[in-house]
Design a protein around this ligand. Sequence first.
Ligand SMILES: CC(C)(COP(=O)(O)OP(=O)(O)OC[C@H]1O[C@@H](n2cnc3c(N)ncnc32)[C@H](O)[C@@H]1OP(=O)(O)O)[C@@H](O)C(=O)NCCC(=O)NCCS
Length: 193
Amino acid sequence: MMNDLFRGELTRLAAVDAEKMSKAWERWNRDVLFRRLLDNEPPTLWSAKKIQQWIEKELERGDQRFSFSIYPLDSERLIGFVELNVASWQHGNAWVGIGIGEREDWNKGYGTDAMRLVLRYAFDELDLYRVSLGVFAYNPRAIRSYQKAGFVIEGRERGALLRDGERSDVLVMGILHSEWEAQQGAMQEASGG
Ligand SMILES: CC(C)(COP(=O)(O)OP(=O)(O)OC[C@H]1O[C@@H](n2cnc3c(N)ncnc32)[C@H](O)[C@@H]1OP(=O)(O)O)[C@@H](O)C(=O)NCCC(=O)NCCS
């Protein structure tokens, strides 16, 4: 039987509904810790309307970008986003970004499960060669989650981030198509399939 591309063990990926997503982002943006784990931009407090306009524009950017909403399998509650950006079709390279918005949803396996879905999409569907990401050294939860999904640390940009007067490293992590396939094979073997 064919896999359902967009359903994992804990989460499902759905289309981005710009209105729903912008309301969620308006709330998530107020959590400065979330923003400081997520990216290196100064946290902003945009209105839902402005966020919606931004999302709508981004969604028009076409065939380089694959954006999804994350929902738990058993609920209609939007809990996060994940986005795959193809940097080069020629070389088969993409970057991925993920966020689970509410702290109470962290550490429940949702992020790793959704990441596995996007990796399956990247490798089985798009036939990419590698997927990369950047993560801050002070975010061990994210690093652990990415390692569980199969990423390895490939590099360290020393002191690339300045926060509250302190410099932190940014880690570059990556996973290759061949590593993904080996992991799938090992998981199938372990489950007796
Ligand atoms: C990063 C993120 C996507 C991970 O998703 P998640 O659903 O919370 O992660 P999971 O529950 O699948 O896995 C987290 C793992 O980290 C571990 N962990 C949590 N805190 C940790 C810590 N301080 N040190 C080491 N490991 C830690 C958990 O125990 C779990 O590992 P385990 O299953 O082996 O026990 C999510 O937490 C998130 O969006 N956080 C805020 C924004 C963010 O950091 N985005 C990523 C930017 S690169």
